[in-house]
Design a protein. Structure first.
Length: 283
């Protein structure tokens, strides 16, 4: 498999409801977030699985995806409406693989929708996973800056409610108390649903060999990607938030300047017409 990953600039406006499947779904990576999913995304892309969906797409690259993810969440967890194969093909029709949340929260649904896809469970010690998720995604959900930015940034306005809903529903409103239990139950459920010949239990520490053998791909002559550690995530989250706030501040200053310019121009026009003096006297 060859090709080049389609990388979107942040904030690309795509209405997935107008899309359809254009490539076959081949790989479902259904391990939970913070199990090396960003490294796996990069690895699968380099092997030619284009596109490989990750939360990064919903959060920053194509934020309108969150509209359909919310529909899927309400259908699965709240019994509100339906989300069927045709809907998955609209939302993920450009993808040959998925990984990370929100896709991993829909393991049974995606397995049913794409019965020929191979399934990978990215594993991590449950205590290590819990600590990482607590310091990264949970902190993001609770971050006051995240809430503030979503009040003026269109992408975050879509992403934040989707992430909060996903986190609440998947962990049944009690990540701190039941996160480890639900993590274990999720993995057990996927193992029961997928026959052994279609399932790879995988750790990113294992590198290319087992992944490429399972997918029947040649092993690349490059190191296996290793990215998005806990420190990387926290640094990136803070940098992203600071960037958003800085951009908003710059736009506000620019708007104020333009209003001031037009205001002064208007006053000048009134002065030339001999109206400004009378207007001030009237007030």
């Amino acid at each position: 498999m060859g090709g080049t990953a389609i990388l979107h600039e942040d904030g690309v406006d795509i209405d997935r409801r107008q899309c359809h499947r254009v490539v076959p779904m081949k790989v479902l990576v259904l391990g939970l977030c913070r199990t090396g999913t960003m490294s796996v995304r990069i690895a699968l892309r380099s092997l030619g699985y284009l596109e490989t969906y990750h939360m990064r797409a919903a959060s920053t690259e194509t934020p309108r995806d969150c509209e359909m993810w919310m529909q899927a969440l309400h259908a699965k967890f709240d019994n509100q409406g339906n989300f069927e194969k045709k809907d998955w093909d609209m939302l993920l029709g450009h993808c040959q693989a998925v990984c990370d949340f929100p896709a991993a929260a829909f393991g049974p649904e995606l397995i049913a929708a794409y019965p020929n896809a191979k399934v990978i469970l990215t594993n991590r010690d449950v205590d290590s996973w819990y600590n990482s998720a607590s310091k990264t995604i949970l902190q993001g959900v609770q971050d006051p800056a995240f809430a503030m930015i979503s009040s003026f940034d269109w992408a975050f306005r879509l992403y934040r409610p989707m992430l909060i809903t996903l986190w609440d529903r998947f962990f049944e409103g009690d990540f701190e108390g039941r996160g480890k239990e639900i993590y274990t139950a999720h993995y057990d459920q996927i193992r029961k649903l997928v026959p052994p010949e279609r399932l790879l239990e995988y750790s990113v520490d294992d590198g290319w060999e087992p992944l490429c053998k399972f997918l029947r791909e040649d092993v690349p002559d490059v190191p296996f990607p290793n990215t998005n550690s806990t420190d990387d995530f926290v640094f990136g989250m803070k940098a992203r938030n600071q960037k958003k706030i800085k951009e908003a501040r710059s736009k506000a200053i620019s708007l104020f300047c333009w209003i001031s310019i037009f205001g002064l121009a208007f006053i000048g026009m009134l002065s030339q017409l001999g109206l400004f003096r009378h207007t001030v006297r009237w007030f």
